[in-house]
Design a protein around this ligand. Structure first.
Ligand code: FMN
Length: 347
């Protein structure tokens, strides 16, 4: 199979596996976080304001639709629905890795549909750090132009690369490539993990490279080890993937390590509006979700609209019950941290 065709069909494999198989592993740690209940909230549930700002843009709510798809003609409809819902609700949204369309420009429509359907939304382009190292600012610019993006996400997925048969095993030079890009790229760069989390040390390197924001992509949600276990045709790769099912920094721990150092999106095992509220109370700017939105997006726009409405309703209720009338108030809310999350933070 040609490399470009391989990239494109891999994208479809990922979508099918994430929809049909159990790919969530472990816990992001949000069960260890308890928001302090306000028995006298002194605010009106129906007047709670979810509006927020991120990298200078106005968003109607702090929910980020995390990168998932594009790169195969069959994914166009999924991206169309995600984009229509992001436009309707005023949410930020990321597209999946644009590598396939950069290699094979006739796949660009599966991404550009997002800007067509969401002309006002904050949309993030997506490129792997390895592709950035190989192709530099030229690919970054083409990715941004393809969807008229407001930001570019550079993804880190070395756990997946390590256990994927066709994986890129050489991670050297990726940090330098990010730093080179950030030096004079006009579009803000967000560095994102994809399910294994970012430590405070790695965050220091990312800020040092000049990134505008970090998406933690922590452990406890979609596991790329689990996805690769499902894809593996060879027994030794399946076994390798299984050994690494439990690898990574849980999102709540990663968030406590990185919060306060710059704009942060907490993604990875965020599963409802209460998790978003907890993430914001711990210092995140936005809560990101991928997998919980995938199945509804495959089912149709109505199903996706219902799920997003429910998440925002849960977030509003959690804000009400902590006495937070706005996102700024929520970010000042106190939380108790217990269990493994507390232990890990005290290490
Ligand atoms: C089907 C699927 C495809 C994904 N593809 C990409 C991708 O192409 N680029 C990327 O940066 N992240 C990708 N991700 C990772 C998500 O953006 C997110 O970081 C991760 O799934 C953790 O969030 P979750 O637990 O809510 O799923 C993908 C996730 C899913 C479920």
């Amino acid at each position: 199979m040609k490399e470009s065709t391989q990239t494109s069909s891999r994208k479809l494999d990922h979508l099918r596996i994430c929809c049909d198989k159990q790919v969530e592993v472990g816990s992001a740690g949000f069960e260890d976080v308890r928001l302090v209940h306000a028995a006298l909230p002194e605010c009106d549930l129906d007047a709670i304001r979810l509006e927020t700002r991120f990298l200078g843009a106005r968003l109607a709510a702090p929910l980020f639709i995390a990168a998932m798809t594009g790169g195969h003609p069959a994914t166009t409809e999924v991206n169309r629905r995600l984009a229509r819902v992001s436009e309707r609700f005023g949410l930020a949204m990321g597209v999946g890795s644009q590598r396939a369309a950069l290699e094979h420009p006739d796949l660009a429509e599966s991404f550009s549909v997002v800007r067509d359907e969401a002309p006002h939304a904050f949309i993030c382009a997506n490129l792997g750090a390895v592709q950035l190292r190989e192709h530099g600012a030229e690919w970054a610019e083409r990715a941004v132009e393809m969807i008229d993006a407001d930001a570019l996400c550079v993804h880190l997925n070395f756990l997946q690369e390590a256990i994927q048969p066709e994986g890129d095993h050489d991670a050297r030079g990726c940090l330098a490539a990010i730093a080179d890009l950030c030096e004079d790229f006009k579009t803000p760069v967000i560095v994102k993990e994809t399910g294994a989390g970012i430590s405070k040390e790695t965050a220091g390197l990312i800020w040092g490279a000049g990134a505008a924001a970090i998406d933690l992509g922590g452990f406890g949600g979609t596991s790329w080890a689990a996805v690769e276990v499902e894809r593996a045709e060879e027994e030794h790769l399946r076994a390798l993937g299984k050994t690494f099912l439990d690898w990574g920094i849980p999102t709540a721990v990663s968030l406590c390590e990185v919060a306060g150092s710059g704009p942060v999106i907490a993604t990875g095992g965020v599963r409802n509006g209460i998790d978003i509220a907890k993430a914001l109370a711990l210092g995140a700017d936005l809560g990101g979700m991928a997998l919980p939105l995938l199945k509804p997006a495959m089912d149709g726009e109505e199903a996706l609209t219902a799920v997003v409405s429910m998440i925002l309703q849960e977030l509003r209720a959690a804000m009400f019950l902590t006495g937070a009338g706005s996102v700024a108030d929520l970010r000042k809310t106190r939380a108790y941290i217990t269990g493994t999350t507390r232990q890990m933070l005290e290490e």
